[in-house]
Each structure stands twice: as structure tokens, then as C-alpha cells.
Design a protein around this ligand. Structure first.
Ligand code: FES
Length: 143
């Protein structure tokens, strides 16, 4: 009998395809803080450094339109849920932000229940959007 590789039993055809992309708003800052000193810029740079060698894409953006929830990020992945989070700390939350990307990559349709999210990611949820392919009739997942 052929051996089964570790992890093969949790394979699912409905995992997101390809790497998870974390989009970081580099403009996020409180009133009175200059753009070059924005905590969002620090978050982006810290994320880039911490993600080296990991299967995740870190990209900057100028605004995610939730400017009062400094710092903000989104997660996207082909075939997976899209998430938007705010209130993140550019120093303390890096590990949790990256851990969430790993959970999305491993989950059916990238759906990570609240209880399974890393601590920093539990409190700042702003949006959770299902991927394309959901039923326009009743919002159910593709069969
Ligand atoms: S400035 Fe960061 S979301 Fe708008």
C-alpha cells in the first residue's frame, strides 16, 4: 500500500489557489502625522521583512477606505474569501497577521472561523466577502 504524505488527509479541492496576498495600507496614520512617518508604512515594511521566505505576497496600497481604523490590511486569494481588517499594531501584530494568511491558505474557500483566527485578527474585522462563484440565488458555496 502506498504511504500517505503528511497533510494529504486535510487536502481539499476548495482551498484557495496560489498564495494569499496581504495588501497593506501604507498611508494609515493619525491626524497630524506626516505620511513618511505613517504607522501603515512601518507595518508594510515590517511585514515585508517578516514574510521573507514565506508563501505569501505582501503589497502596498495607498488606501483601503477605512482610514479611521489605523492600521488596515486585506487578505485576498484566488477562490478564497476576502477579508478586511483594521486596528492593527505595526510592531506587535506581525506574527498574527502572517499566521492568518497561512490559515486562509489551508482552509476550505479560505474561510477561517473567528475562534481559529490569531488573537490580533479576531478583533479588527471590517469585512468578509465570499469569492466569485457563490450562488446568486441563495448565496451558497459552489457545489
Ligand atoms: S489611509 Fe489607510 S485605509 Fe485610508
Amino acid at each position: 500500500m502506498d504511504s500517505i504524505e503528511p497533510g494529504a488527509l486535510v487536502e481539499t479541492a476548495n482551498r484557495p489557489k496560489g498564495p494569499v496576498t496581504i495588501t497593506v495600507c501604507t498611508s494609515c496614520r493619525a491626524a497630524g502625522i506626516e505620511r513618511e512617518d505613517a504607522p501603515g508604512r512601518a507595518l508594510y515594511e515590517n511585514m515585508r521583512e517578516a514574510a521573507q521566505g514565506l508563501e505569501v505576497i505582501i503589497r502596498p496600497t495607498q488606501c483601503l477606505s477605512v482610514c479611521k481604523r489605523v492600521c488596515t490590511i486585506s487578505y485576498t486569494a484566488e477562490g478564497g474569501y476576502t477579508y478586511l481588517f483594521g486596528d492593527l499594531d505595526p510592531e506587535a501584530d506581525i506574527t498574527d497577521i502572517l499566521a492568518m494568511a497561512g490559515k486562509i491558505a489551508e482552509a476550505e474557500f479560505g474561510f477561517v472561523p473567528w475562534k481559529e483566527r490569531p488573537e490580533a485578527i479576531r478583533k479588527g474585522i471590517l469585512a468578509r466577502v465570499p469569492p466569485p462563484g457563490w450562488s446568486p440565488e441563495d448565496g451558497s458555496a459552489p457545489a
